[in-house]
Every structure is written in C-alpha cells, then in structure tokens.
Design a binder for this molecule. Structure first.
Ligand code: S3P
Length: 439
C-alpha cells in the first residue's frame, strides 16, 4: 500500500473462520533489533515483524554501522557491535510513524559519544517527547527538540549519565524502556517506578541477553556498565494484531477462528480480560513459554456481547487495543464506559476523538470524554470514516464491516503497513469482504 489516499471498502456481513497466525509482536521486534545490535555476538531472530515501524528501527541501527541480514520471511540476523560499538550516522535518522523507535532510541542514544537527530512523519512530529527528555535530562543527557517538546529530537553526544530514581507520572512502557536503555550506560543504578504495570518486554529481553535486572513490585532497576550477550529470539504473534480478529469473530455471527502462537504476556492481555467481561467466548490452549514470553493459541467464537464499565486497572494492559474494543462496544447490548485512558489522545492519532467521530458517522451513540468514551451499543449503518492515518483506527473500522448494515469506506489506510502489512489479505482470507483501493 502507498500514499495517504489508500482506502479500504468493506461490504457488510460475513463471518470469520479458520486458523491463522498474525505477524510478529511489534514491541518485541523493536527490542530484538536494539538489544541484538548492542550485544556481543550474533543474534538470530525468527518471527520478526516486517512492518514499517520495525524497519525504521532496523534501518537506524544499519545507519549506525550494525550489520543486519534480512528480514526474510521473519528471519533477521544481527551482528552485534557490543555496548559501545555504535557509530554516528552520516544523516539524520528518519523513524516514520514509530513512537516506540523515537522514545526508546532517544534514551539509548543519549549515552553515545556523538550527536544524533531523530525525525518522524507528520503524526510522530506532534507526539510528546518531554516525558522522556525530562527524566533523561535529570540523568545528565542533553537534547534539542521543537519548542513544543516534539520531534525532531537532536540528542547531544558525549554526556556523562548518572542513574536516577524516577517515579513515572504516566504508565508508559516507552518511557520506562527509554530510561532503562540509558541506564545501561549510566554510573550507578537507574530505577523506574511505574504507577501501574505496563508491558515488560524490555525487562524480560534484557535478562534474555544476560543483563541483570532487579524488580520489586512496580520498581525496576538496572546497574550501568554491564554487557549483553547475543541470543536467539522467537517473536510470538502480536496480540495487538490478533485483537482485530478476536473482536471480529466475537461480533460476527457464525464465526469460529483460531489464532496461533499469540503472545499472552500478562502485561498485554487486557483485551482478553475486557472482552471476556463483555461475555466473549475466548479459549486459550497450547500454552507454553518461548524465550521468556508466554504464548498460546486463542480460539474465539461469536457470541452476544454486553456493555460494561471497563476496569481502570486494565487500561495500560490493553492500551493499543481500545479502538477495536470500541467496535465490540458498539456491537454490544447496552452501555460501555471507559475512563482513565487519557493516553489514548496522544497515540498515532487522538484515538478517543477519531473513534468517536467514526462511530457517530456509523450511527452509533458515542460520547468522547477527556479521559475516555461512553458508547451505547446499536446497529451500525454504512458510511465513510477517516482513520486519521492511524493504523489501528483503520483496522478497527474494517472489522466493523462485519456488523454494519451497508458498506463502510475507511480513508487514509496506508499506515496499516506500519504494524500489519498483511492485514487486508488475512482479513479477506478469514471471511471479511474487503477491497483495497490505492489511488
Ligand atoms: C509500546 C508502549 C506503548 C504502546 C506502543 C508500544 C512499547 O506506548 O502504546 O504501541 O513497545 O513500549 P506507551 O508507552 O506510550 O503507552
């Protein structure tokens, strides 16, 4: 897909059937490149997500002198340069739409011996960076950003970093990870305390690369000055991508699908918990642990959903899944209320507004709130909705087609390629009537 004029047109009806494996986890794929590049030795990755966001991370490390083979059918081989082996990039590094690359690399590069400039697309260039640059500055790092504290970010090299104890004001795995990556280079210990548990892939993967991590309750610490040892990584299927099919199968009568080898890390399964509270029929089987991450096959059969008050403790555990959960809410009986989710306003788009606007266009009673939304379940009509260039909004309104009364046209869908390039193909194979129009 290319260009902001890519449209999805979904004909109403259909049901989801079959067994499928969605592509690899985006968060783990990013971290595999980062830690593999800094490790001593050769890291082999299977199941790498070949989406634009992860390729942005991969290209950043190539630009800094790391030899990386692939990706080819999800296989990547990274010839680690060691913790002090990165070289200055001859050009600014372009990270496209990828907030995870931007925030994690800002931490990691703040301890290098050279300056680096990280730039993004029009969406990424509006996203808040002070949440990382403020605490990193307390460690001794130095930056230039726009006056609004947004990218492009220039990271000034040759700063000496000292570990800090940081109480995160927002529950953010990107902030936590950014500080821990800087902490690998800091004098002393860097500790981050989170207000609520967030995805812990950085912690798990650091340990997988032989780097000690101390964890007590919501506090995680690393001691600077250690080294990473190359390893093998098997990236599980991304639960965030599986979500579209979990919701799709739940809402479309007669559906029965199995999603294979999905990562079910406890810090990521908010969507399963929330859908189950709504009455969804979700069954896990073949549970195992691969490379420190729990995985399972997930079977989902259609059922009638009911509206709920979403427990706030599930919000960080389902942070990327809310656009799809809102579609489930639109198809449920009664009212669904989300609170405590202000972070959704600073994702790839303002996801509260973008979803409320789209749902209203489809005839659903949806009320955007500062920190959440109230949705009354009902019959979706057809219509044209704007994804605002946000991959997850685009995919969410696509599965809405399963329950709409007339076709839905979704505008600006090219960014689906950032996280799930095979989405349209898999959606069609599993029973969705989707047409991709590339103008
Ligand atoms: C991510 C953390 C989350 C999530 C993003 C991936 C990560 O962002 O929304 O898609 O890989 O660390 P926040 O830390 O901003 O919540």
């Amino acid at each position: 897909m290319s260009g902001s004029r890519t449209k999805f047109i979904v004909s109403p009806g259909g049901r989801l059937k079959g067994t499928m494996r969605v592509p690899g986890d985006k968060s783990i794929s990013h971290r595999s490149i980062m830690l593999g590049s800094l490790a001593d030795g050769v890291t082999e990755v299977e199941g790498f997500l070949e989406g634009e966001d992860n390729l942005a991370t991969l290209n950043a490390f190539r630009a800094m002198g790391v030899k990386i083979e692939g990706p080819e059918k999800g296989r990547v081989v990274i010839h680690g340069v060691g913790i002090d082996g990165l070289k200055a990039s001859s050009e600014d590094i372009y990270l496209g739409n990828s907030g995870t690359s931007m925030r994690l690399l800002t931490g990691l590069f703040s301890a290098q011996k050279f300056d680096t400039t990280l730039a993004g697309d029009s969406s990424l260039n509006t996203r808040p960076m002070r949440r990382v640059t403020n605490p990193l500055s307390k460690m001794g790092a130095s930056f230039k950003t726009t006056e609004a504290g947004t990218p492009p970010v220039t990271i000034i090299g040759n700063q000496r970093l000292t570990g800090i104890n940081y109480d995160m004001p927002v529950a953010s795995a990107q902030v936590k990870s950014s500080l821990l990556l800087a902490g690998l280079y800091a004098d002393g210990q860097t500790c981050v305390t989170e207000p609520a548990p967030t995805r812990d892939h950085t912690e798990r993967m650091l340990k997988g690369f032989g780097y000690p991590v101390q964890q007590t309750g919501n506090k995680v610490c690393v001691q600077g000055g250690g080294r990473l040892t190359a390893t093998k990584i098997d990236v599980p299927a991304d639960i965030s991508s599986a979500t579209f099919f979990m919701v799709g199968a739940s809402i479309a009568e007669g559906s029965d699908i199995i999603l294979r080898h999905v990562g079910i890390n406890p810090t990521r399964i908010g969507v399963i918990n929330i859908l189950k509270l709504m009455g969804a029929d979700i069954e896990l089987s073949n549970e195992s642990e691969i490379g420190g991450e729990p995985v399972a096959d997930i079977r989902v059969r259609s059922t009638s959903l009911k509206g709920i008050k979403i427990p706030e403790d599930q919000v960080p555990l389902a942070i990327d899944e809310f656009p799809a959960i809102f579609i489930a809410a639109a198809c449920a009986q009664g009212e669904t209320v989300l609170t405590g989710a202000k972070e959704l306003r600073v994702k790839e788009s303002d996801r509260i507004q973008a979803m409320a606007d789209g749902l209203i266009k489809l005839g659903i009673d949806a009320e955007a709130k500062e920190d959440g939304i109230i949705i009354q379940g009902g019959q979706m009509t057809g219509g044209t909705v704007d994804s605002c260039g946000d991959h997850r909004i685009a995919m969410s309104f696509t599965i809405a087609g399963l329950r709409a009364a007339a076709p839905i046209t979704i505008l600006d869908c090219a960014n689906v390629d950032t996280s799930f390039p095979s989405f349209a193909k898999l959606a069609e194979l599993s029973g969705l009537k989707i047409l991709v129009e590339d103008n």
